[in-house]
Design a binder for this molecule. Sequence first.
Ligand code: ZN
Length: 480
Amino acid sequence: MPVRRRLIAITLMAFWVLRLPMPGNALAAENRPTAFIHASLIPMTTATVLPDQTVVVEGNRITTVGPSGTTKIPANTKVLDCRGAFLMPGLADMHMHLRYDWTSDAWPVSPLKLYLANGVTTIRCFGPSGKTGRYGLAWRKEIDAGRLDGPRILTCGPALRGHFKENPEHIVIRQKYQQFDFIKIYSYVTRQEYHTILSTAKALNIYTAGHIPFQMGLDGVLAEGMDEIAHIEELLWEFSGMDRRRYFESEGEWMAYAIQTTFSQFGPLLELTPHEQEKKMDNLVIALVDKLKNRPIPVCTTLVIDDLIVQKLFDPDGFLKRPENRYMPLNYLEQFRMGREKHQLQFKGGEVFAPFKYMLDKKLLVALKAINLPLLLSTDAGTGSMGAVPGVSLHDELGILVENGFAPYEALAAGTVVASTIVKRMNGEDDFGTIVPGKRADLILLEQNPLHDVANTRKIRGVMAAGRWYDQQAIAQMLN
Ligand SMILES: [Zn+2]
């Protein structure tokens, strides 16, 4: 190769190497506007597609939306031709968990990148691992400043699980002033502790969400006024015959008691014919959901976990063959092969209850939707301990909602426009989930229309998070 050509090649290669994803490099915020032109727009304000639209983004916000023929694009704009593609708001996983090891090599790909690559631009953590959970707040800062790739992070502090070593009032006050977004309450909190937590949170005007504590039950929670329920499956404990005055010194004993009293309630049902089973369950579900008719408390769906439990117990080979396993922590799959995975242990000897529980949760989903309760798209992923792959599992959840009677638009709304209105109750900002001027520039560009087939949310041509654009090449690089 002549010297001159070789020099050029080396220079080009050096340039290329410098552009490889060093921390923070791919992300310098666009300091010029971006315009998506000729897009089929799914603004999520209604269940329609607007043909041939232009969306202009400046900084991290959408500034203009209008027909491509008449919408002016500012000078010096980076233009993305979206002919044939569909532009929709980025998705939110409204119940997941941050783990301190996300940026370590415990994960083949950091979940922060997995979320982005899958079009998930907002994540809301229902309890970060670790003592203080403050790394989540630090990541949020780094992402907001454009120094780290990742979705927008909303998070509570470490969950208030019960068996407190200090007055829970102090924990609520501390988490509020540490800038956590809400307080997460867990199953083992006693009545007195629950009352303290709720009254402190109300006085400080901080949002509360969580499990239905065993001592409280749904009636108790509704009476005290918790803002949100963490899972549909929390309602299942209402079918248990548990004595709500009981107290146990350990979490293990408490959970064993709850499971045992619930299973023994359902045991006789399993003797009935499927038709009789269905009828009995329908009546139970209707009576329960009736309590929520005039109480529009949001509930996170997290049904993909039920789906996974059934697969793990009844089709372990199929589970091990999932292509997305390549993104799970290696030690997780090892535990699974040895039969020591969380749900393998939890359902040991009671495997038959898993599909039954899933069926009940699906019935609850349908009944809650029928009374227009705000349902929030969510997966419980992120812990690395249950098999739900961050980002990928949110698309599974969408599929489950549609299989159970949601129109694709309704399923997508649970992770966009509805999610944002609930976040407003939490932090006062309704700033994502639709494509209108003023909203965050969190967008997904899709090959095909997700309102026809919700699985089309997997066919991603590019993702914009807070105004930063990741094309297919950038996404492939993140997943590498
Ligand atoms: Zn959770």
